[in-house]
Design a protein around this ligand. Structure first.
Ligand SMILES: NC(=O)c1ccc[n+]([C@@H]2O[C@H](COP(=O)([O-])OP(=O)(O)OC[C@H]3O[C@@H](n4cnc5c(N)ncnc54)[C@H](OP(=O)(O)O)[C@@H]3O)[C@@H](O)[C@H]2O)c1
Length: 300
């Protein structure tokens, strides 16, 4: 896609962790975007466009619980970024969006899935809903002769700013202290999405890209927090039940099955995704780089 493009990208989830980065990168590449958002004021506070280029960013106010405004607004768009953070209705929402989008002429959907789809069949609820979502999207793309590109990220580094924040002197998890765990920056997920959405559709076809940007242990996490935040931060390993109770307190809106997975999951020999550097044109962000970039938020 060039700066003289007539293409326009429809964005679902553009005010979140990954979507914000994708929107900023697309705007920087002069690719016009339309955000489907619950709160237009939040969109205005996140992104600035110059007065002479107001059409670069449009907002369609709407909610994923009612797709009527979305369906009305899809015409005239050629690509769509799909971020759905809804563990109850994900498969249905993605099914409905795919049908509406491809029916309206969208040629490519970039979907944020999860690395958990590669776990054994039905071994987790989170993996299963993402896998079912991937399957309906791929089937819809094939039926319409269009494309879906799937991003399969491991655990987000931004979790440390939300439910996995380090406290004043320690942080908790249920992983063995020396067990390697995979991490990915939401900045890298958004950046890859923007690259794909501005590349020729034919380049990525129906690819599925694994996204593991860094692999470290909980013990190494403690060392990094201590070094970067300038205060001693120890790792406190929880039992699975303690971890479940802690997550349930923070994420009370999650269904039991998702909390069960998050509290009991363990990584299987995680490896950094070697192809990420090709998609990004640079190395992925490391755990330490993310902590440095978010030092202030982690200090408060
Ligand atoms: N966290 C992890 O470790 C991890 C790992 C692997 C995969 N994933 C997957 O990554 C995805 C989440 O990505 P993210 O972190 O970028 O999400 P996020 O930061 O939670 O952002 C969610 C976006 O969706 C919007 N949204 C939420 N509910 C909506 C509704 N009812 N109607 C319209 N818009 C709505 C939010 O808008 P508002 O700004 O209005 O809230 C926001 O723009 C999920 O599919 C998750 O399964 C996460």
């Amino acid at each position: 896609m060039s700066s003289t493009t007539t293409e326009r990208v429809f964005i679902i989830g553009g005010t979140g962790n990954t979507g914000t980065v994708a929107v900023r990168d697309l705007l920087a590449k002069k690719v016009p975007v339309t955000l489907y958002a619950r709160n237009p004021e939040k969109v205005a506070s996140l992104f600035s466009t110059t007065a002479d280029d107001e059409s670069a960013l449009k907002v369609v106010q709407g909610d994923l619980q009612d797709l009527a405004p979305l369906k009305k607004a899809l015409a005239g768009h050629t690509r769509l970024l799909l971020v759905v953070n809804d563990f109850e209705n994900m498969v249905q929402i993605k099914t409905d969006v795919a049908e509406a989008a491809y029916g309206a002429g969208i040629k490519q959907i970039v979907d944020i899935s999860s690395l958990t789809v590669t776990d054994a069949w039905r071994s987790s609820y989170i993996g299963t809903i993402h896998l079912e979502s991937e399957q309906v999207l791929l089937a819809a793309a094939k039926a319409h002769g269009t494309n879906v590109v799937t991003l399969r990220p491991t655990r987000f580094l931004s979790n440390m700013l939300r439910h996995d924040r380090p406290g004043p002197t320690s942080f908790t998890d249920n992983a063995d202290p020396d067990a390697p765990q995979g991490w990915i920056s939401p900045n890298d997920i958004g950046a890859v999405a923007a690259v794909i959405l501005s590349d020729d559709v034919k380049k990525h076809r129906n690819a599925a890209y694994t996204m593991v940007g860094d692999v470290i242990t909980a013990k190494q996490r403690a060392e990094i927090f201590t070094r970067v935040l300038g205060r001693p931060i120890a790792y406190h390993q929880l039992t699975v039940l303690e971890r479940y109770n802690a997550l349930a307190a923070h994420l009370s809106f999650f269904p039991f099955t998702a909390l069960y997975d998050l509290a009991s999951m363990r990584d299987h020999s995680p490896l950094v995704s070697r192809g990420l550097v090709i998609l990004l044109g640079r190395n992925p962000e490391t755990f330490e780089e993310y902590v440095k970039a978010n030092k202030q938020a982690l200090t408060l």
